[in-house]
Design a protein around this ligand. Structure first.
Ligand code: ATP
Ligand code: MG
Length: 263
């Protein structure tokens, strides 16, 4: 089981979009995948048209409260969710206080049936993000190619490093920065990428996600990239990204949607 947190204190950089789309691709490729939403906004559920207030399943608040029985809801084959809602904000302290609630819950629950767990986090530097890092093997920082992003990425990296140093029994590995919402036609794009490459070296993921209307409209129709046509640029980009992540976390050799019969 590999647990990956998607973090960045900057809002709107694509954390939730990344989580729901790569989770869909992983599940489509046959990996049993669980999304844990730790954001009070509960956007994962909205993106996936999932009823976050339903009484029929447990959610990430139950997990933080260390309830005895945790029963994730199902989105589709191989894809489950522990959703979130505004109630989770009661755990969101500005002070970083240990990150031990989820660690205790994970010790108890184990989640053995899942090969991949993805955790969506709020755009804050707060204890909910620390809880996520405390149970993660890896973390990923999405960024938009814009002027202030370099500063945003540096702050996110600094926060992660500092937070991880306060967590006992956990040392998640930085998977890298994912450039999202890129537009190669913009003149500043190449300058921006070369600056990030200089700063991050191999911590800038090779896969990059373009800004497309398909992704922007995805939540509106409760669609993720797996529902798009094969020739869709976004679909190809997300499968490439999933591939890169699978390799980095040691889960698989080359898998592509076109060469793999599971897809
Ligand atoms: N590659 C993309 N192309 C087009 N639109 C995108 C892309 N990535 C994200 N968006 C849009 O940008 C907005 C913000 O994305 P998202 O909700 O994933 O960011 P976030 O980091 O999770 O935000 P928050 O910090 O508020 O949780 C959404 O409307 C989303 O549909
Ligand atoms: Mg979000």
């Amino acid at each position: 089981m590999k647990t990956i947190s998607i973090i960045c204190q900057k809002g709107g950089v694509g954390k939730t979009t990344t989580v729901v789309n790569i989770a869909s691709v992983f599940s489509k490729l046959g990996y049993k995948t669980l999304i844990i939403d730790l954001d009070p906004q509960g956007n994962v559920s909205t993106y996936l048209n999932y009823d976050k207030m339903s009484e029929n399943h447990t959610d990430s608040i139950d997990l933080l409260e260390k309830k005895e029985s945790i029963q994730p809801g199902q989105i589709s084959e191989n894809l489950d969710i522990l959703s979130s809602n505004t109630e989770i904000a009661k755990f969101n302290e500005e002070k970083i206080v240990g990150g031990s609630k989820l660690q205790q819950a994970f010790r108890h629950i184990k989640f053995k049936e899942y090969q991949i767990i993805l955790i969506d986090t709020p755009p804050t530097m707060s204890s909910l993000v620390q809880e996520a890092l405390a149970v993660s093997d890896y973390y990923l920082i999405p960024a938009k190619p814009e002027f202030l992003a370099v500063e945003g990425v540096a702050q996110a990296m600094e926060f992660a490093k500092k937070t991880i140093s306060t967590i006992q029994n956990s040392n998640p590995i930085f998977l890298g920065v994912l450039l999202n919402q890129i537009d190669r036609r913009r003149s500043s794009y190449l300058d921006f990428v070369s600056e990030l490459e200089y700063l991050l070296a191999d911590k800038l993921l090779t896969s990059k996600i373009s800004q497309t209307a398909e992704i922007a409209d995805g939540p509106f129709y409760a669609k993720t990239v797996v529902d798009y046509k094969d020739e869709s640029k976004s679909k190809v980009e997300y499968f490439d990204l999933a591939n890169e992540i699978l390799k980095k976390v040691g889960l698989n050799e080359e898998v592509t949607e076109f060469s793999d019969n599971r897809y």
